[in-house]
Ligand binder design. Structure first.
Ligand SMILES: [Zn+2]
Length: 107
């Protein structure tokens, strides 16, 4: 098994966006043998999911909060009161990643 992806020494907003995407896209999927990553079908949590969690932890998100975020998807994150800037960046992310859907018209 490969080692973990290192968390950047200086976590930027871009890292946080990628981390959110990682935990949302690399969410667990129930299988008879146990949960697998929805994106790459390796045992959950996969390397990217673990990386995302560790990055988000540096920003104060607890494990339960990340689990909830992953379950609810990107909207939980981009619609928080921090505002439009974040939502716009989320859309940009969605355009690049396609796997993450951001509800644009919801206010
Ligand atoms: Zn994965």
């Amino acid at each position: 098994m490969l080692g973990d992806i290192p968390v950047p020494r200086c976590v930027t907003a871009e890292h946080v966006r990628l981390a959110v995407k990682a935990v949302v896209v690399h969410a667990p999927e129930a299988w008879p043998a146990g949960p697998l990553c929805r994106a790459d079908h390796t045992p959950y949590p996969c390397r990217l999911h673990r990386w995302g969690r560790r990055v988000l932890r540096t920003r104060g998100l607890t494990d339960p909060a990340v689990t909830e975020l992953a379950a609810r998807g990107q909207s939980a994150w981009v619609n928080e009161p921090a505002g439009r800037g974040r939502a716009a960046r989320g859309n940009e992310l969605a355009a690049r990643g396609r796997a993450v859907r951001v509800p644009e018209r919801r206010r």
